[in-house]
Design a protein around this ligand. Structure first.
Ligand code: AMP
Length: 281
């Protein structure tokens, strides 16, 4: 596995692979790997001949009062895990390598960035879409893998690729969970033991919602909203950021619970904000 820090160098390697007729897969990440990240790498390895993983904690997708500075980082461990997984190249640019300090161009994906995390994290998806567009231009992969854990991000990237004609196939990968259902996340490392215990409420709430819908026991979104809200509030250290019940394509809320339906949650456990979602077909 090669470890590359410059744009020029990753481009040269990918160029060489493409000239050999090899298909290139790409997994963009912010590092501090868990099994969710590794499952994306394995999917890319299956779908392509060469896999590039980027590790970049992107400052432009963090708000001023968010956790950019304290976001967990362990590059040496990440490099080892990527190598053990079979990845061919890890691209680890600095902030200076990615942003000249004089950027004036941003990618905004309208409408899809409006609700869910877009509402509570203004500017977040502008930072995400811009950095992913830059990484796509730098790496020039044939296929890129994104987790369904960040459902809104996946929708936004798919839309961006379509609108801006990137010749890249976007593939979604299922949410990888701990045994008790908690979605794996680098931010889980922030949780105290008590918060970690309560953090199971997200998946439990989503499963309960799915069961109620599958059994036709609830018809209106506002009733389901109240049930989920009361359920989560029974868990200590929780503060709900949002409960979204809506259309998985438009990401607009609905009144009537008709399938396909996306239920997405953002909940604070103490100071740590966790997200999770379920797609009900
Ligand atoms: P991050 O490093 O958090 O920016 O995540 C990098 C990629 O891994 C994104 O496409 C995420 O959606 C994906 N990802 C994060 N957590 C999980 C998980 N538990 N299961 C599957 N994919 C995940």
């Amino acid at each position: 596995m090669i470890v590359v820090r410059e744009k020029k160098e990753i481009r040269q390697n990918v160029d060489r692979w493409k000239k050999q007729g090899l298909k290139v897969g790409f997994v963009p990440t912010m590092g501090f790997f868990h099994k969710g990240h590794l499952s994306l790498m394995k999917k890319s390895l299956k779908m392509s001949d060469r896999t590039v993983v980027s590790i970049f904690v992107n400052p432009t997708q963090f708000g001023p009062n968010e956790d950019f500075d304290k976001y967990p980082r362990d590059i040496e461990r990440d490099i080892k895990l990527a190598e053990e997984t079979g990845v061919h190249a890890v691209f680890i640019p600095t902030v200076k390598e990615m942003y000249s300090g004089n950027s004036k161009t941003w990618v905004t994906v309208e409408d899809l960035s409006k609700n869910l995390c877009g509402k509570s994290r203004p500017g977040h998806f502008k930072g995400v879409a811009t950095v992913v567009a830059k990484l796509f231009n730098i790496v020039q992969p044939d296929v890129a893998i994104f987790g369904q854990k960040d459902f809104q991000q996946l929708c936004i990237i798919k839309q961006m690729v379509k609108d801006l004609d990137f010749p890249i196939q976007i593939v979604g990968a299922p949410i990888y969970r701990e045994k008790d259902g908690l979605a794996m996340s680098s931010r889980n490392a922030y949780l105290t033991d008590e918060e970690r215990h309560s953090a199971t409420c997200l998946f439990k709430a989503l499963k309960m919602a799915k069961d109620l819908i599958d059994r036709d026991e609830v018809e209106r979104a506002k009733d389901l909203f109240s049930i989920i809200k009361s359920f989560i509030e029974t868990f200590p250290f929780t503060k709900i950021d949002y409960i979204f019940i809506g259309d998985p394509e438009s990401l607009e809320p609905v009144d009537e619970l008709k399938k396909p339906l996306l239920i997405a949650l953002a909940v604070y456990l103490g100071k740590t904000r966790l997200i999770d979602n379920i797609l009900i077909n």
